[in-house]
Design a protein around this ligand. Structure first.
Ligand SMILES: *Cc1c(COP(=O)(O)O)cnc(C)c1O
Length: 359
């Protein structure tokens, strides 16, 4: 095993999944476990599955194909609207997709016709976040397309919050989702199985007893992995925030001036750096960089260490005030936020170490 390494405590992850699944269950809500934050890592997917997630969901087809192999019996959902070019594989490897375009529904239908199969979709509704989804006034066109596509089963309606526009979920917006679903039910003359009311950021509605009756699915990732709710700007009090951390190895420790000297141009990313003069200070470099991680999402365990910046392969730290043992070959630990986790899980240079500590 080498460094850098994202270390994941499977017990703490399972506790988080278990707590969220129970809380949702008490409120008549089933959980789709969202694996994209860790690129559908097998051990993580198994943990989500065995702790009670009724679906596994991911935004990338490659991840879902991997999940199909690891967990052949699980129900798999594609979270991102399928690309027309990937529909043949999507219908083969997954059970359901979120969709928002009538054309996508038609393309799925034609594909099913040639493969002699059926496929399920959940219609996404845009209630203000302005990422994907139909607006309420677009329902008739979508319903029309569904009526013409006999091999596509519309099993639900869903909404997304806080991903692009930063719009927060609310009781009011979810009541709008339910009304939209009722219109679709009436038009299609069948009941929808799922009213999918959002992601981690919808949990406060359950906690406050404000989740409208009728919402029966949430799609959860961040709460499991980090115990945080970025959109709601909070840590979730009943979950572990220390499921994972990053470890990186020190390759240089040196006292240096704090202000670059010489004629200043742009850095490797085209930005013109400006560092204040704090005199000579002890600095350390760890062997990981912007190619692997979103550096602003990292925080050293040792509070007295400051992240000064990074290039592609190096993170530069001010370690002047640290009481820890800062030497080359030593390992420094960092907490990660969602963006940092996502990048780390995607980098082939970062090891993912899922372990069960004793006890
Ligand atoms: C990523 C994603 C989720 C999960 O969001 P979390 O904030 O990680 O819980 C849910 N739904 C969709 C459509 C997503 O893309």
């Amino acid at each position: 095993m080498g460094w850098p390494r994202l270390v994941i405590n499977e017990n703490k992850l399972r506790q988080n999944v278990n707590r969220v699944v129970k809380l949702c269950e008490e409120n008549g809500i089933k959980v789709a476990g969202v694996t994209k934050g860790l690129c559908a890592h097998p051990a993580i997917a198994r943990a989500l599955d065995s702790e009670g997630c009724s679906w596994l969901a991911d935004s990338r087809l490659d991840n879902l194909v991997q999940l199909r192999i690891i967990l052949p019996e699980s129900s798999l959902m594609l979270l991102r609207i399928p690309m027309p070019s990937e529909i043949p594989l999507v219908t083969r490897y997954t059970d359901c997709s979120l969709v928002s375009m009538p054309q996508t529904v038609s393309l799925i239908d034609s594909c099913c016709q040639s493969l002699n199969c059926r496929y399920k979709v959940i219609i996404m509704c845009d209630l203000g976040d302005l990422r994907e989804g139909i607006l309420i006034e677009d329902i008739p066109l979508m319903v029309n397309s569904l009526k013409n596509c006999s091999r596509v089963d519309c099993i639900g309606i869903g909404v997304n919050f806080g991903c692009f526009g930063g719009v927060l979920p609310s009781e009011e917006k979810l009541l709008d989702l339910i009304s939209a679903g009722k219109i679709i039910e009436k038009e299609l003359e069948k009941e929808l199985t799922f009213f999918s009311g959002g992601a981690t950021s919808s949990l406060p509605l359950i906690e406050e007893g404000k989740m409208p009756l009728g919402i029966n699915q949430l799609r959860i990732g961040e709460a499991f992995f980090l115990g945080t709710d970025t959109t709601g700007m909070r840590t979730i009090p009943y979950l572990n925030q220390d499921v994972m951390h990053l470890e990186a190895e020190i390759i240089e420790v040196r006292k240096k001036p704090s202000r670059p000297f010489g004629k200043i141009g742009a850095d490797a990313f085209g930005n013109i750096p400006d560092f204040p003069d704090r005199g000579n200070r002890r600095r350390a470099i760890v062997a990981i960089g912007k190619q692997d991680v979103r550096v602003t999402g990292l925080h050293p365990f040792d509070d007295s260490i400051e992240v000064l910046g990074a290039s592609s392969d190096h993170i530069i730290l001010d370690v002047e005030d640290s009481k820890g043992l800062i030497e080359i070959g030593n390992i420094l630990k960092f907490t990660v936020d969602y963006g940092a986790m996502l990048a780390l899980a995607t980098s082939p240079y970062v090891e993912i170490d899922v372990h069960h500590p004793a006890g």
